[in-house]
Design a protein around this ligand. Structure first.
Ligand SMILES: Cc1cc2nc3c(=O)[nH]c(=O)nc-3n(C[C@H](O)[C@H](O)[C@H](O)COP(=O)(O)OP(=O)(O)OC[C@H]3O[C@@H](n4cnc5c(N)ncnc54)[C@H](O)[C@@H]3O)c2cc1C
Length: 388
């Protein structure tokens, strides 16, 4: 039997980033456990758009910090996480323009470099845009995207260099519970004692919690993404884009290629996380293509390169579950990214490491705990959607 101060289950962006910040913060024995390879869950297929366009100071602050951390990866972690500062555009529809403009004002107060443009300025600023129905736009020069696999690998390698232990191809079969305390995990090789177990298993986190008699109210959602290659010689977008007018997101991938998926509002497709249709739907591809060509006419005639599906976990209020719970000792959550969990994971992980190591966390951050379900302190009252 071996023993650790922290055992983290799941090496997606959440688990990998937390593992690194725990070691960096001085934790002694930290184990990162992954049943497949790092980033083999939703993270590996994430569109990985990086933006700070959020509607609460908590999320805007965490998103801003995450941008700083993505940017610093080559110097701090010794590896490039694939962050590309190509800029981010939020295209606003008439029904959300007032709220978006208010959010931009709040984000600026948090220190985010962002600005609002009215419809006329937006249309003249972006040569690729069909401005019909666009009420305005927000633009962040620091937004863009990252490479999700490279980001996870950068964290895992830096974690190992600090003395952290990674076990891949090692599923956690069970959490060991004694009374109101989780005391370890079970793998095929036996029981591992841990002072604290962190459930970072993404869509598989509720099943893991259930095995220890704990609840985790989340949905497993099937998400489809497509990759399109625009024609040479056209004026194609350089930025990552959330297009709320047509409910799609678009992010450059280099070589005239773009990842394109459906954004908010959209229908969530609940699936069994262990048995779902992994091939994309023809109707989805056709729908996304029509929305893309309408808004960005230079993408007309673009070639479909690839289409795929993946899973993400959605919480009742679209905010992640992060941190310890009052009724279960030796256990913490870091799951429920709700379709936007990649870009905020570094900032969340850094603060969570501080919380787990010192017992202290900012008051607004503590509300991310699963305790908010029992306390009926949800951030918003209904399910949101993927804004990319
Ligand atoms: C198609 C798609 C597009 C997206 N686009 C964006 C975007 O543009 N911007 C953004 O910010 N977010 C986006 N997201 C959301 C974001 O990618 C996720 O919120 C985030 O990557 C979740 O990371 P995670 O580490 O929490 O979970 P995951 O990446 O799912 O990792 C969980 C890990 O746990 C492992 N695991 C599970 N059970 C066990 C077990 N019992 N034992 C050991 N290991 C286990 C899994 O193998 C997996 O590697 C997108 C998601 C998808 C699917």
């Amino acid at each position: 039997m071996s023993s650790y101060d922290f055992a983290i289950v799941g090496a997606g962006i959440s688990g990998a980033a937390l593992a690194y910040y725990l070691k960096k913060g001085g934790a002694r024995r930290v184990l990162l456990l992954e049943r497949g390879a790092p980033a083999s869950g939703g993270t590996g297929k994430s569109a990985a758009i990086v933006r700070q366009h959020y509607s609460t100071t908590l999320m805007a602050r965490l998103a801003k910090r995450s941008v700083d951390l993505f940017r610093a990866m080559p110097s701090e972690l010794g590896h490039d996480g694939g962050y590309r500062r190509v800029g981010y555009v939020f295209l606003s529809a008439p029904d959300n323009a007032a709220a978006a403009q208010k959010n931009v004002e709040m984000q600026r107060k948090v220190g985010i470099d962002t600005s609002w443009s009215d419809a006329g300025t937006t249309a003249s600023r972006f040569a690729w845009l069909n401005g019909d129905g666009v009420a305005g736009s927000a633009f962040e020069p620091d937004g863009g995207y990252a490479d999700p696999v490279q980001s996870v690998e950068a964290y895992v390698e830096a974690f190992k260099r600090l003395g952290g232990e990674v076990r891949t191809r090692t599923p956690c079969r069970k959490l060991v519970r004694q009374g109101d305390r989780i005391t370890g995990i079970v793998t095929d090789d036996g029981t591992i004692d841990a002072g604290m177990v962190v459930n970072a298993a993404g869509p598989w986190a509720p099943a893991l919690a259930r095995l220890a008699g704990a609840t985790l109210e989340m949905r497993s959602i099937r998400e489809q993404d497509t990759v399109w290659e625009g024609r040479a010689g056209r004026d194609l977008p350089a930025h990552s884009i959330s297009n709320s007018v047509d409910a799609i997101y678009i992010r450059p991938q280099g070589d005239r290629r773009y990842v394109v998926g459906r954004g908010f509002p959209k229908h969530y497709e609940d699936v069994d996380e262990n048995n779902y249709k992994e091939t994309p739907d023809d109707a989805f591809i056709a729908d996304v293509q029509a929305r893309l060509e309408l808004r960005i006419p230079p993408m007309q005639g673009a070639r479909l390169v690839h289409a795929y599906t993946a899973l993400y976990d959605v919480t009742p209020d679209w905010y992640p579950f992060v941190g310890p719970r009052a009724d279960l000792q030796g256990y913490a959550d870091f799951n429920g990214g709700s379709g936007h969990g990649f870009k905020i994971a570094p900032g969340i992980a850094e603060e969570l490491a501080g919380w787990l190591l010192t017992g202290k966390a900012a008051e607004d951050y503590r509300q991310l705990s699963y305790d908010r379900i029992a306390q009926k302190r949800l951030f918003v009252q209904s399910y949101g959607g993927n804004r990319g």
